[in-house]
Design a protein around this ligand. Structure first.
Ligand SMILES: *[C@@H]1O[C@H](CO)[C@@H](O)[C@H](O)[C@H]1NC(C)=O
Length: 242
């Protein structure tokens, strides 16, 4: 199970978008996974494909497993509503988190189609994107092209010219946030992939943790990838008064 969490320095905001079964252990200390159709699916396929709802409830208007709370949300695919994204071409977007529910960032899925192109975020807004399906090409401010495959990501500082394009179907999750400037500190473009990030210590926990952005002062948020094997869960409960 993979989950994304967006954390910021000032307040704890927890956004969980996807449960996706990957790397299911075959047989380990008494736990065996039966071969299942889930194993054959690509990484992150559950982000856009409703699979856990009972078949007789699938596509039933009003049926959803989504939960929105003050400090977290679990948003399942049947709640996604796609519409065109401003300034993007051949792309549909589904907004999952926006400031209208009290967050200080926007989180949306972007489904790019053939010959699609991205628009730019508003002025002073930083952008983080993560590829969930397909391949996209990032053309950065220097004109360098970067091919981003599934599980890779990019951070674009505010007011940085760039564009994303795709020749075929591709799905991204995008976070955008009005950057909190700190005098004499600037952020830089970052391009990476999840598996190249080191596993971090998680005292008292058994899940695998990776951070996708530097934890240095200029960066005002971070994205954590937390990998849970079937049956694993968070042991330490964090209470953070807002
Ligand atoms: C920022 O840099 C300038 C020039 O080096 C310096 O005068 C100023 O004190 C710095 N500001 C802070 C908050 O460190």
């Amino acid at each position: 199970m993979k989950s994304f969490s967006a954390f910021s320095g000032q307040t704890l905001f927890f956004a969980l978008i996807t449960l996706s079964f990957v790397n299911i252990a075959v047989c380990n200390e008494g736990f065996c996974s039966a071969p299942s159709i889930l194993d054959a699916q690509p990484l992150y396929w559950k982000v856009t494909n409703p699979t856990l709802s009972p078949s007789h409830l699938r596509d039933l208007p009003g049926f959803t497993r989504s939960v929105y709370k003050r400090d977290h949300a679990l948003i399942t695919p049947e709640s996604h509503v796609y519409s065109p994204l401003l300034d993007w071409t051949n792309t549909l977007g589904a907004f999952l988190i926006t400031p209208s529910i009290g967050s200080h960032f926007v989180m949306y899925l972007a489904k790019m189609q053939e010959n699609s192109n991205s628009g730019l975020p508003p002025r002073d807004v930083e952008r983080f994107l993560f590829v969930l399906q397909g391949v996209v090409t990032l053309n950065d401010v220097l004109g360098t092209k970067h091919k981003l495959e599934v599980d890779s990501y990019a951070y674009l500082p505010p007011n940085t010219e760039h564009s994303l394009s795709s020749d075929a179907s591709a799905t991204l999750v995008v976070f955008e946030r009005r950057h909190d400037y700190l005098e004499n500190h600037t952020t830089e473009q970052i391009i990476g992939s999840t598996d190249k990030q080191p596993l971090l210590e998680t005292p008292g926990e058994i899940f695998e943790l990776r951070k996708l952005l530097p934890t240095s002062l200029p960066y005002d948020f971070n994205i954590h990838i937390m990998d849970f094997q079937p049956g694993e869960y968070l042991n330490v409960k964090v209470y953070c008064p807002l």
